[in-house]
Design a protein around this ligand. Structure first.
Ligand SMILES: Cc1cc2nc3c(=O)[nH]c(=O)nc-3n(C[C@H](O)[C@H](O)[C@H](O)COP(=O)(O)OP(=O)(O)OC[C@H]3O[C@@H](n4cnc5c(N)ncnc54)[C@H](O)[C@@H]3O)c2cc1C
Length: 462
């Protein structure tokens, strides 16, 4: 039996960051992982989707190359090379995490961890004890309680990312972030895609203006969107499925070759045997306090398994802060400034509050918008579609929310996070010089619009 100061269970972006940070702080650490380190993020989530997104982007640009004065004939997708590139990117990053764990003297144990009691876990025939445990076992695909969801060939995001083939027609259940990203990618790869969403709109958690923009762009891409539609049954077999849905206009049937279920994710505690350790959890996840401590004194939990904000950067930040607090540091996660991105066409990204939230909270706010069509770099790139929307307090003392749809929105949002973190006033942000010609000038001009100082927008009509 081996003893460690800290055993981390789960090697995703929450677990591996926590393990490395704890080792940096002088702890003797083991990390138990049942698949490959990197977790959902590297192996089945963020990285494979973004790699395929890039292929979809290049394919679309190549198909429209004449817009850039380039002649490109017979452009088509090479499925095998696409799969190989995705795997190379994933393997490179997994290898990088393995090296970092090794360099930081974290002992990596392969296998599934299961608690024997509050200070012991079993992995196969081996037993390990620790002063403290950190559970970072992530999340899994939510299984819709719908007849036929378990039929052979019904895809989830993990199997969809394997890219076994390109569907002729794909019914995609769930218009959340993952569903929208996969819809855009598969559409670009040539599938006929229909999103079936239960709620009145897709992307219901983001600023409504961005959600509407995304729906419009998806439709322009050729994706059919069915909202307010409750899937009641899936029938048929691979290559010949039918999705049955209740809609305002009665029951609709959607014949399709493939079905992909993207109806959310739920915390994963499978196989952990939490009861043996006395750790309380329910279907919303493992409950933790401000130190990420569970109801059991020496057992902590972070990331998706706590069922709060299911994003890789949140899991990493929680992992880092959790072990820092174990070591007596007073760091904390700033949950008011969590950026989030949607890799649609174009990209979208947000931080802070949405306009709907400000209305609901009766906050006095003002709005500024700047369209990328007024930005020189966006025009040079041939990517002028989209806008930046900034919400600020009416007295311009604080930026409350930034929502971007447009080229490189996922990178541009970092500036908004930094400005908000530094609590810059609108005037301070507006007077921060930006290099020319860059997309970031759009952010500067958008803040400048609050005080009528922006140069590259038509004057307001009186
Ligand atoms: C298709 C898709 C796209 C996504 N895109 C993004 C994105 O663009 N940006 C973003 O921020 N987030 C994205 N996410 C979400 C992101 O992947 C998760 O929020 C993040 O991976 C959570 O990290 P985690 O460390 O909590 O858990 P995970 O990454 O899920 O890691 C948990 C690990 O624990 C292991 N494990 C589980 N049980 C045991 C056990 N008993 N013993 C040993 N090991 C165990 C698992 O094998 C896994 O490796 C995406 C998710 C999906 C599915």
């Amino acid at each position: 039996m081996q003893h460690f100061e800290l055993i981390v269970i789960g090697g995703g972006p929450g677990g591996y960051v926590a393990a490395i940070r704890a080792a940096q702080l002088g702890k003797q650490v083991a990390l138990i992982e049942r698949e490959r380190v990197g977790g959902t993020c590297l192996n089945h989530g963020c990285i494979p989707t973004k790699t395929l997104y890039r292929t979809a982007e290049v394919l679309t640009e190549a198909q429209n190359a004449s817009r850039y004065g380039v002649r490109a004939e017979n452009v088509s997708l090479d499925l095998e090379s696409t799969r190989a590139r995705k795997q190379t990117v994933v393997d490179t990053l997994v290898g990088g995490v393995q090296s970092l764990l090794k360099a930081n003297h974290v002992t990596v144990i392969s296998g599934e961890a299961s608690f024997a009691d509050a200070s012991t876990v079993r992995v196969g025939d081996e037993t390990y004890t620790a002063d403290a445990f950190l559970i970072a076992t992530g999340s899994k695909t939510a299984v819709l309680p719908v007849e036929g969801i378990g039929l052979d060939g019904v895809l989830d995001s993990t199997s969809a990312l394997r890219l076994d083939d390109i569907p002729n027609s794909l019914a995609l259940i769930g218009g959340g972030v993952i569903g929208v990203e996969l819809a855009g990618i598969y559409r670009a790869f040539g599938a006929e895609v229909t999103i079936v969403e239960f709620l009145p709109s897709i992307l219901s958690t983001i600023d409504n203006e961005l959600a509407k923009f995304a729906a419009k762009r998806l439709r322009a891409q050729g994706v059919t969107i069915l909202t307010g539609a409750k899937v009641t049954k899936i029938s048929g077999a691979p290559g010949d499925f039918t999705v049955h849905a209740e809609t305002q206009d009665g029951e609709q049937t959607l014949p399709c070759t493939h079905v992909l279920s993207c109806a959310g994710r739920v915390p994963n505690t499978d196989g952990l045997n939490l009861e043996a350790a006395g750790v309380a959890s329910d279907r919303k996840g493992i409950k933790v306090d401000e130190n990420y401590r569970t109801n059991v004194n020496n057992i902590y939990a972070i990331g998706d398994v706590t069922g709060r904000i299911m994003l890789a950067h949140v899991a990493s930040d929680e992992g880092r802060v959790c072990v820092e607090r174990m070591c007596g540091k007073r760091t904390c996660v700033d949950y008011s400034l969590v950026p989030s991105c949607v890799f649609a066409f174009p990209e979208m990204a947000s931080v802070g509050r949405t306009e709907e939230q400000l209305k609901a909270e009766n906050v006095d706010y003002v709005v500024s918008r700047f369209h990328f069509s007024g930005n020189g770099k966006a025009l040079s790139l041939g990517e002028k579609d989209g806008f930046i929307k900034i919400l600020a307090k009416s007295d311009l003392s604080e930026i409350l929310g930034v929502h971007i749809a447009g080229p490189h929105a996922s990178d541009l949002i970092a500036e908004a996070v930094m400005a908000m973190k530094a609590m810059l006033t609108v005037a301070e942000a507006a007077r921060t010089m930006h290099a020319h010609p860059t997309l970031s000038e759009a952010f500067m001009e958008c803040v400048q619009r609050f005080s009528g100082e922006a140069i590259h927008v038509p004057p307001r009509s009186s």
